[in-house]
Design a protein around this ligand. Structure first.
Ligand code: ATP
Ligand code: MG
Length: 363
């Protein structure tokens, strides 16, 4: 129920630039995720939107209105923190009712709303319990209930699932997606977990060192990463990278040290036109590599097995080129001996090429 716009938003803590000139727009009713490694400025960005941190420079707009000088309690946002703080002496009912009591809602309305929200989050059985009598996941749901009970115009969630066990987290992911779509409240969600971002977000902003590296739908940032950082950060196991040179004679061949890869002329032309030098990085996702015991094609190259991780439905074959280890994901359970010779074939339709100097994607 609000459009949030950040314009050249910057936050410095003494000599640290925690958030570096971020400009983007979060749409009405959108589930927007800030994703990035630890220290990339996600929480600081969220705290500025909440009004808990003051920007060093830049602006925050809610529905076209600058809110920089509006105090947090007047921004009509509800925030759930990574370390969720329930009032320990209050039971779940009173914890959830708290924001309504502060706003002096009538008693019976408070009762109705708390029960309605508790119903939605399936925590009615907890209403008489105090926080110390609940599990981490239960406490998390009570904290969420407290945040949503008064239907703010904006939800700000900072790693709200990080303290929950893996199984419940998967369940809560779906719950949160449903809840947000039902309530239709603009939601900004912070996480360093790319699986959470990929599964929950309408759009995601990938952050690194305070900068936004790319904004797009989960599929966009996965399929068309804008730079080496995004390519390496999104996807498990991560993308393999090989340093290459595009040979300058008329043959269109990428020389990648331990192997050569022929590419078609159009692609080679694009690379020549776009790259700042002949130094490139070839990126290929582990599931776009074929592993065979025989040579498959002219471009296949030989390697040796370093280790195999069997995951049940898939296996990760770790293979060695020189001192580097790369990963291929192959279907099914597979058995190789350490050191066994194998052939690797790259799916050329799935390659990514980056400019080594600028780190930007060429294709
Ligand atoms: N109050 C503060 N004083 C000084 N430096 C701070 C402060 N808050 C954050 N920082 C620094 O700003 C940078 C960004 O921190 P921030 O908490 O926004 O990262 P984050 O992306 O949320 O990381 P995490 O995933 O670990 O929570 C970090 O280098 C951090 O050390
Ligand atoms: Mg954080």
């Amino acid at each position: 129920m609000v459009v949030v716009r950040l314009e050249n938003l910057t936050k410095k803590f003494r000599d640290i630039v925690a958030v570096d000139n971020v400009s983007l727009e979060i749409k009405d009713k959108e589930f927007f995720v800030f994703l990035g490694p630890s220290g990339s400025g996600k929480s600081t960005t969220l705290n500025m939107i909440a009004g808990l941190e003051e920007p060093t420079s830049g602006y925050i707009y809610f529905d076209g209105q600058v809110v920089n000088d509006i105090p947090p309690e007047k921004r009509d946002v509800a925030m759930v923190f990574q370390t969720f703080a329930l009032y320990p002496h209050l039971n779940a009912f009173d914890n959830i009712a708290f924001p309504l009591k502060v706003r002096k809602y009538p008693k019976n309305e408070i009762r109705n709303k708390v029960i309605q929200v508790a119903d939605m989050l399936r925590i009615k059985y907890l209403l008489n319990k105090k926080p110390y009598e609940m599990s981490g996941g239960e406490r998390q749901r009570v904290a969420l209930a407290r945040a949503i009970v008064r239907e703010p115009r904006l939800f700000l969630l900072d790693e709200p699932l990080s303290n929950i066990d893996a199984k419940l987290r998967v369940y809560m992911r779906a719950e949160l997606i449903r809840l947000q779509k039902d309530l239709k409240i603009t939601t900004i969600y912070v996480t360093h977990d790319q699986v959470e971002a990929m599964t929950m977000a309408d759009r995601v902003a990938v952050m690194n060192y305070g900068k936004v590296m790319q904004v797009g739908s989960p599929i966009e940032v996965f399929r068309k990463p804008a730079n080496l950082f995004v390519a390496g950060f999104i996807g498990t196991p991560p993308m393999n990278f090989f340093e290459c040179n595009l040979r300058t004679n008329d043959k269109n061949i990428l020389e990648c040290g331990y192997f050569n890869l022929s590419i078609d002329k159009n692609l080679a032309d694009v690379i020549r036109q776009t790259s700042s030098s002949s130094e490139l990085v070839l990126g290929i996702r582990p599931n776009e590599l074929k592993v065979t015991s025989e040579k498959l094609s002219e471009d296949s190259f030989q390697s040796e097995v370093f280790a195999v991780e069997n995951l049940g439905t898939d296996s990760i074959v770790n293979f060695k080129l020189g001192d580097n280890i790369y990963k291929a994901v192959v279907p099914g359970v597979i058995y190789y001996n350490f050191g066994q010779k194998i052939w690797i074939t790259i799916n050329k339709d799935a390659i990514h090429i980056f400019d080594k100097k600028t780190e930007k994607a060429i294709i």
